[in-house]
Design a protein around this ligand. Sequence first.
Ligand SMILES: Nc1ncnc2c1ncn2[C@@H]1O[C@H](COP(=O)(O)OP(=O)(O)OP(=O)(O)O)[C@@H](O)[C@H]1O
Ligand SMILES: [Mg+2]
Length: 365
Amino acid sequence: MALQCGIVGLPNVGKSTLFNALANNKAEAANFPFCTIEPNVGVISVPDPRLGELEALVNPQRVIPTSMEFVDIAGLVKGASRGEGLGNKFLANIREVDAIAHVVRCFDDENIVHVDGRVDPMADKGVIDAELQLKDLESIEKRLQRVEKIAKSGDADAKREVAVLKMYTEALENGNNARSVEASEEDLEIIGHLNLLTIKPVIYVANVDEESIHTGNEFVDALREGVKDENALVITVSAAIESQIAEIEDKEERDMFLEEYGLQESGLSRLIRAAYEILNLITYFTAGVQEVRAWTIERGWKAPQAAGVIHTDFERGFIKAEVIKLGDYQEFKTEAGCRENGKISIEGKEYIVKDGDIMHFRFNV
Ligand SMILES: Nc1ncnc2c1ncn2[C@@H]1O[C@H](COP(=O)(O)OP(=O)(O)OP(=O)(O)O)[C@@H](O)[C@H]1O
Ligand SMILES: [Mg+2]
């Protein structure tokens, strides 16, 4: 299940620079395979230091990280919802992604043209939001026309849906994104069928200049303040610097470069992990001499469903799971050591897999 994160924003704000940096990402060469599906879709490994720790303990033949896809989406202009620019295609591309990385220009540079001739992150974000909101209103309106008819005949479900659709219409008409609506689980299920654009989880990527990587700047502050009610992450990254880092082949050289900028890890790693987080994803591991591997599941999944990510047979024939915590593995060094010390727990079908669990599934088909 390769989840996709779409890179969205106004033209010329640094989307492709960021995407290319992701695509080129050489950080930990082996752990960061990248392959191109289409010119603008990249499969990118999710960096996870725990994989390296497990590798050191198990010494396997290979290590396989889990991955996600990033999509470089064309820049959006005002009027996109009416088909201006690449409007319709752009919006269709966003419809397909699971999450959005919204790049906002937070750097001053006379040489880089801003489509509206000024740097103003909240205004930029507003342009994009407005287009997406108009499209969402259109989707809701279409649905409403159908459901209202059914509701008139007294159908309770339809009435319920009409109420939910109207709640979202009101929010969108007031310039809010659907994700900011305080909705119940039930509301979310109803609205979920429409796959609205502004309900998708978002990370705001504040694209800053070199000087502002650590300190941020007034633009980043304005952005943070402006989105604080949206339940969204803001990440400060310099796409320009990231693309330079990503071009360095040699790991030592790259680490030196990072150090020079006072960075512990590349902004890309933070971005990738943030995308993982907003999608409510967690990782479990399998560890054997052949392979140490990370697997992606959703938070809250039970053991059989988690096993199904490896193979559907694992889910169908699930008997039990043996679970080791990474900390225990580190303390007792081997699986046998964990067993001797009672650190392998046997879990059944109802076990909810936790982030970082090392799993061994028993199944029968
Ligand atoms: N943090 C930054 N500081 C300075 N310049 C930057 C930064 N990030 C990107 N740029 C520059 O901004 C310009 C536009 O970048 P890029 O092509 O990535 O934009 P884009 O959002 O993909 O545009 P489009 O929508 O037209 O595809 C490039 O010249 C790039 O080098
Ligand atoms: Mg581009």
